[in-house]
Design a protein around this ligand. Structure first.
Ligand code: WT7
Length: 667
């Protein structure tokens, strides 16, 4: 890592300094409500039980799942880092999520209270409905020639058909890759190509911010670069005009609607691929994280049941998009495997007004709410009087995910949304972990504002120093996982070497998550953010390199450096420094806007830089590595730190002079 070591990043990051000082002064803690503790699904014994025999513990949790053929062995870890869980077991994920609940007499139970963004546009989907629709869609995919093992790309708004499409794929053993609907056509074509999908499922559009927002044009554009895709199934959601490629494009209603509602689910091996989810890494190429079937269902269903203390009459709402792992694990697979009733909401929180979420909580009597700190901070900014208008008394437990939750946001969430009576569970996990890993248990843990607390039963997390040695309480280091877990990623799609290098090479025998963490005096874990070149914007991972590549692909840009700077709303914000090509002159009046739009087009709006600074030079070490730490100082308006390792010591002066003369842009 040269001069810019990961340790330096931990010590110098402003986020961590603030968290550290907060935690030194953090004396508040909240015991579980007595009622909740008394009836909790999981008690403190679970930790001891799992410690005594971790594999027996997971073997027991696997009884939550219906196996067509029982497994012979809980874990095969003879060829690390390639794990096999529930060896020899066979099962069907869709059967576990749908059919078995109908067979158990719960067909009338609502699986989703679906809420469209336009007011009054709602649908309740029961488990029996879901079984019919998933069976029809599975028959349709088979008719289109999709076979076990083939990949299917899904690019959809937040509508019930998205879940149906995923489960139909799972039912026939065709791994799906869901691409977030906010991603651009380039991001979509990259992913389709990487996993070689031949069928794409999409919609004409969806509703966002009060208007129909098109999806199909991005698919049409992406497919110009994906000649192997033979069919596009299009759900009609908005009714807007779409371009149509005869022979390739098919309306979902035409093809799925006429299928039989009978479909016999085939049992697949526990390690059969369930899905690939792309996530940003430290290089420009997104990583296809592979999740398989048996372990993933065990891990997601157990954690959903234990961390949210799921009861029969709960109404669970993960307010996230299905296009991210949170949606896969806690809108789709975990809750459905548990036969739970969920809310699924299509739109934005401020449409048609800023109290939309709270109306939904009141209307459906939501008991368990799961969302990201960035949303909580936005609601704080909008003001407590907005949620105060709704009846939120149904809520029992509040969850947080995606980034460290600052103690202020935790307290606001707890008091304003939870009325002071609901435990807040700050859940740490990743696309790669598939399931919640570090979190309070609501009936056991005395929670501290800002801490994810302890590894869940059956999970082993250790904070280590540079040499991989566990740190003492009161010190910081790197978060690692020391034992395999059921829903862990199995590899990076098509790239075992990158899997090994990225996660298992920094510390021998340990999974390195890429996060810094600190243990407090009680041994509780406080997450300190990423230590690599990955940013976390609104709870979503973006790689600096990916955005740099997008900038450099613009004809006016010679070089680019991107850093994540602290941002009050989004956690981190994308800040870019660019050197223009000589031929581009000063780039013209609108250069900053042009480049920001370019990034949005290349990757998606979520990656649009908050700020782009045109600079004459970038700070580099003698070996040519960009010193991002100095750029972060500039982006966060701090005194610029140690410049002694710069190849050219005057470059930071050049940059600040240039910025003073006014080429910075903020909006
Ligand atoms: C990264 C994973 C897991 C679903 C959402 C994001 C950060 C996640 C927390 C938390 C502090 C958190 C980490 C992690 N993160 N949850 N509770 N406290 N940081 O999934 O895109 O795979 O990102 O998000 O930095 O490594 P993801």
């Amino acid at each position: 890592m040269g001069e810019e070591t990961t340790t330096a990043t931990i010590q110098e990051s402003d986020v961590s300094d603030e968290t550290l000082s907060n935690l030194l002064h953090e004396e508040r803690h909240f015991d579980p409500p007595a009622e909740l503790a008394k009836n909790a699904n999981v008690t403190a014994d679970a930790y001891a039980e799992a410690d005594r025999d971790r594999l027996a513990f997971w073997g027991k949790q696997a009884e939550r799942i219906s196996w067509a053929q029982p497994f012979d062995e809980v874990l095969d870890w003879s060829n690390p880092p390639f794990a096999k869980w529930f060896v020899g077991g066979r099962l069907n994920a869709a059967y576990n999520c749908v059919d078995r609940h109908v067979e158990a007499g719960n067909g009338d139970r609502v699986a989703y209270h679906w809420v469209g963004e336009p007011e009054g546009d709602t649908r309740d989907i029961t488990y029996a409905d879901l079984k019919d629709q998933v069976s029809q869609a599975a028959n349709a995919l088979t008719e289109l020639g999709v076979q076990t093992g083939d990949r299917v790309a899904i690019y959809m708004p937040m509508i019930p058909e998205t879940v149906v499409a995923m489960l139909a794929c799972a039912r026939i053993g065709a791994p799906h890759t869901v691409v977030f609907g906010g991603f651009s056509s380039t991001a979509l074509s990259d992913r389709i190509q990487d996993c070689d999908a031949r069928v794409v499922i999409t919609a004409d559009g969806g509703y966002r911010r009060g208007a129909a927002s098109a999806l199909k044009p991005a698919v049409d554009e992406a497919l110009q670069k994906c000649p192997d895709v033979r069919n596009v199934l299009v759900v009609k959601r908005t009714g807007q005009d779409v371009e149509w490629t005869e022979g390739r494009d098919l309306w979902w209603d035409d093809v799925v609607g006429r299928q039989s509602v009978e479909h016999a689910p085939e049992a697949f091996d526990a390690e059969h691929p369930l899905y690939v989810m792309y996530t940003s890494g430290t290089t420009g190429k997104p990583k296809g994280i592979l999740h398989t079937t048996g372990g993933y269902l065990v891990g997601t269903s157990y954690t959903h049941w234990s961390v949210f203390d799921l009861k029969d009459d709960d109404v669970f709402w993960t307010a996230a998009d299905i296009g991210w792992v949170t949606g896969h694990s806690y809108i789709v697979y975990g809750p459905l495997a548990n036969g739970a009733t969920s809310v699924m909401y299509e739109g934005t929180p401020d449409t048609p007004h800023k109290g939309r979420w709270w109306d939904i909580v009141e209307q459906y009597k939501v008991t368990l709410l799961y969302c990201a700190p960035t949303a909580i901070r936005t609601f704080m900014k909008w003001g407590s009087e907005i949620p105060a208008k709704a009846d939120l008394s149904s809520l029992r437990i509040l969850g947080s995910v995606g980034e460290p939750i600052n103690p202020e946001a935790y307290m606001w969430y707890r008091e304003t949304i939870g009325g002071g009576r609901c435990p807040v569970v700050d859940t740490w996990w990743q696309t790669e972990t598939g399931q919640l890993m570090i979190s309070p248990l609501p009936g056991v843990t005395s929670g501290k504002p800002g801490s994810a607390m302890k590894a869940l039963p059956g999970i082993s997390a250790v904070v280590v120093d540079d040499d991989g040695k566990p740190v003492e309480p009161g010190s910081g280091g790197y978060l690692t996982l020391t034992e395999p877990w059921p829903a862990m990623l199995r590899t990076i799609w098509g790239d075992d070497e990158r899997y090994r290098d990225t996660y298992w090479s920094r510390f021998k025998g340990l999974y390195f998550a890429g996060d810094g963490a600190k243990l407090d005096e009680d041994g509780d874990i406080w997450l300190l953010g990423r230590v690599d070149d990955v940013m976390n914007v609104s709870g979503h991972r973006l790689s600096t390199t990916e955005i740099e590549s997008a900038l450099v692909s613009h004809p006016k840009v010679a070089e680019a450096a991107v850093v994540g700077a602290k941002d009050a709303d989004t956690g981190q914000a994308v800040c870019a420094f660019v050197i223009l090509r000589e031929a581009a002159g000063d780039g013209g009046d609108d250069i900053v806007k042009e480049l920001r739009d370019h990034v949005a087009n290349e990757i998606g709006k979520i990656a649009r830089p908050r700020q782009i600074m045109v600079v004459p030079e970038l700070p580099k070490t003698r070996s040519g590595k960009i010193m991002r730490r100095l750029l972060r100082d500039v982006a966060e308006n701090r005194e610029v730190g140690d410049v002694t390792t710069l190849a050219d010591s005057t470059v930071m002066d050049l940059i600040s002079d240039n910025l003073k003369s006014g080429s910075a842009d903020e909006d």
